[in-house]
Design a protein around this ligand. Structure first.
Ligand code: UDP
Length: 276
């Protein structure tokens, strides 16, 4: 059963309840049991955070369509298997607000963050074409109005796209400055009731220290949210970890450059580090 059908069942049940007393002696189906039907019947749904660095070769900037099409192919293969995929794009391959402000005294910090948000729209447009080139339908949705290139994000519409098998590309972060797309990804994972938040990065998962600088760094296959926050491990924004912890949203961090990792993670296999 699809969400909208269930929602209209809930609505009509509620309407009946408010206008006349129940005539049947059979116990009415409780909202709780309808909700558990939703949970058990719906397809796996994931929110995938793709950092800007996935849009270009290692140590480069900008957009390389060959990097983008590698991503697009992997995502499309999994979507064809019925997994519902929402992608939150980063923009760091083009511009990060904080860094840009630090290097340019003539710009206000908020302006720089809005520029960063626009960078995610550029990545979204590239990824959209690459995914559709391999035959998978998509919708690009922006956190702020940009009608000519993207639909404005509306949660219920986003859910409908997912149910119809469209990959949704969520651009513009949260639409507000001073945060990053990690926070947007946590926010969307929660409001879209995703099963998991996946973060594709260039490292294998969570380590006790930066593995690129410290060869003694210890890898954690799994780690509680609290330990990430206590040890100040910088794998994601603190806000996004705290938000997921508060609502028990599992996060999986994995290396997107290792062959097969992205598909395996999307399909529900354990790769990288599970934070829960
Ligand atoms: N950004 C923002 N609000 C948001 C999301 C992003 O202001 O909700 C800006 C911020 O300046 C950020 C930039 O957009 O640095 C690009 O996003 P991010 O740094 O998350 O990209 P990534 O590191 O994942 O490539």
């Amino acid at each position: 059963m699809f969400h909208n059908e269930i929602e209209s069942t809930i609505k009509s049940a509620e309407l009946t309840k408010s206008t006349e007393p129940a005539k049947s002696t059979e116990p009415a189906e409780s909202t709780e049991s309808i909700e558990s039907t939703i949970e058990s019947s719906r397809a796996r749904r994931v929110v995938l955070k793709i950092s800007g660095e996935c849009f270009c070769p290692p140590n480069e900037r900008g957009i390389s369509m060959s990097s983008v099409s590698i991503l697009a192919n992997q995502v499309a293969v999994v979507a064809r298997k019925g997994i519902q995929i929402a992608i939150v794009m980063g923009g760091g391959n083009i511009l990060r607000g904080g860094q840009f402000k630090a290097a340019n005294i003539g710009i206000q910090e908020s302006t720089a963050h809005y520029m960063g948000m626009l960078a995610t729209v550029i990545n979204g447009l590239a990824l959209q074409d690459a995914i559709e080139l391999v035959g998978q339908p998509t919708r690009l949705m922006s956190a702020f109005a940009m009608d000519v290139v993207a639909e404005t994000y509306i949660r219920r519409r986003a859910m409908r796209h997912l149910e119809k098998g469209r990959i949704i590309l969520l651009a513009g972060g949260t639409g507000s400055p001073f945060v990053t797309t990690d926070t947007a990804a946590a926010q969307r994972a929660l409001e879209l009731s995703a099963d998991v938040l996946l973060k594709a990065t260039k490292v294998d998962g969570v380590y006790s220290d930066d593995p690129e600088r410290n060869p003694q760094a210890v890898f954690y296959p799994e780690i509680p949210y609290e330990d990430i926050l206590k040890q100040n491990l910088r794998i994601m924004d603190k806000e996004s970890i705290a938000k997921c912890a508060e609502h028990n949203m599992p996060i999986m961090i994995f290396n997107f450059r290792r062959q097969g990792n992205l598909e395996r993670a999307l399909m529900g296999e354990r790769v990288g580090t599970l934070i829960s």
